[in-house]
Design a protein. Structure first.
Length: 119
């Protein structure tokens, strides 16, 4: 059964760091690009970063470029998002998913992980 489980969020002070993990099961992870998305209160969900199936290509939203790094370990069925120099505006629930996948088109999302940046 397909499942995406995000973890690693928490409360951190501005300038701090967190490392998010996305553990995938039920599909061949290495066949899919994986994106990290976030949704802040009262705002629409937005794309943050994306990594190709092999990990050879990555993309970042301008708002996180130079601060966030996406990586993956297909052998561990896990995709990571290292977040440094966090800002209050990074506060959101963070999700992972596979852009263009059938399950995303059908509206499947994991439970997400809350990131709160506050002093």
């Amino acid at each position: 059964q397909l499942q995406l489980v995000e973890s690693g969020g928490g409360l951190v002070q501005p300038g701090g760091s967190l490392r998010l993990s996305c553990v995938a099961s039920g599909f061949a992870l290495d066949y899919y690009a994986i994106g990290w998305f976030r949704q802040a209160p009262g705002k629409e969900r937005e794309g943050v970063s994306c990594i190709s199936g092999t990990g050879g290509s990555t993309h970042y939203a301008d708002s996180v470029k130079g601060r966030f790094t996406v990586s993956r370990d297909n052998a561990k069925y896990t995709v990571y998002l290292q977040m440094n120099s966090l800002k209050p505006e990074d506060t959101a629930v963070y999700y992972c998913n596979a852009p263009g996948s059938s399950w995303l088109r059908n509206g499947y999302w994991g439970q997400g992980t809350q990131v709160t940046v506050s002093s």
